[in-house]
Design a protein around this ligand. Structure first.
Ligand SMILES: Nc1ncnc2c1ncn2[C@@H]1O[C@H](COP(=O)(O)OP(=O)(O)OP(=O)(O)O)[C@@H](O)[C@H]1O
Ligand SMILES: [Mg+2]
Length: 245
């Protein structure tokens, strides 16, 4: 671990009208760490993760990503930073009209020049698909894949630029327990192979237990608890216990 966190959020506030979603929320992720964020549906987990990469602007507070103050960055610098920060969307966000290959090439078109793509795109697409065990789907359309396979393709697309930070929004939601475990194992494999630092938003306790070093609980817009999975599981606090029942 390094002294300075790779992701740091300080006193973040975010409201939509009267709906105060995040209230003076603070957190940090250190290099190589996998932090899970646990919270009920609607508690603001997706809003938080989107504020972190400035997909939605925070009302106030400080967000630092790899030593950059996110809100002070211009569009070019932000785009450059986004190549280092992979985001696995809750909805996968695959393009339905594109093949798996084209979906994976999409971030390369944004971040690599023509010469880099001609030299390395094919290899990069295949390696990312191999990482998730889906090289054989390269010419298929997303609609031809199962839910678990679509999640894995979305993960491959997140990995293709070799991000040093990966943000996972509900990576196992909507999947059966066996497929959820497969995705959790893939997340562990990816962390080990690329030594990425990660934030995993989830209410799948198995996924959180398997993948994370530390768990943060988001309740009423604030960081309610910040501890290891085991310590939280043994907690006598009623609000914490609810998540484990
Ligand atoms: N663009 C938006 N405009 C207005 N309100 C929003 C917007 N995005 C989110 N919200 C509100 O912010 C709150 C938190 O939403 P968020 O999507 O972060 O929840 P979540 O914790 O990710 O829930 P889930 O577990 O169901 O995915 C909700 O009340 C939601 O209605
Ligand atoms: Mg969400």
């Amino acid at each position: 671990m390094t002294a300075s966190p790779v992701v740091e959020v300080k006193n973040l506030n975010k409201s939509f009208g009267e709906n105060h979603v995040l209230r003076n929320f603070s957190m940090a992720v250190h290099e190589g760490e996998t932090l899970a964020i646990l919270g009920k549906s609607g508690s603001g987990k997706s809003v938080l993760i989107k504020c972190i990469i400035n997909l939605i602007p925070a009302d106030d507070g400080l967000i630092t990503l790899l030593d950059n103050n996110v809100e002070e960055m211009n569009q070019d610098n932000l785009n450059e930073l986004r190549a280092k920060v992979g985001f696995l969307f809750q909805s996968n966000a695959l393009y339905d009209s594109m093949t798996v290959r084209e979906n994976l090439e999409f971030p390369l078109r944004r971040h690599w020049n023509k010469e880099q793509r001609e030299r390395g795109a094919e290899k990069a697409v295949l390696e990312a698909l191999n990482d998730v065990g889906l090289a054989h789907t390269i010419d298929m359309m997303p609609a031809e894949l199962s839910g678990g396979m679509r999640k894995r393709v979305a993960l491959a697309r997140t990995l293709i630029l070799r991000p040093s930070i990966i943000l996972y929004d509900e990576p196992t939601t909507g999947l059966d327990p066996v497929t959820s475990r497969e995705i959790s194992n893939l997340i562990i494999k990816v962390q080990q192979k690329y030594n990425a630092s990660s934030i995993i938003i989830s209410h799948d306790m198995n996924c959180i237990h398997m993948t994370s070093n530390r768990v943060l609980m988001l309740i009423d817009g604030r960081c309610y608890a910040n501890d290891s999975y085991m310590n939280l599981r043994n907690s006598q606090d009623q609000k914490i216990k609810e998540f484990f029942d």
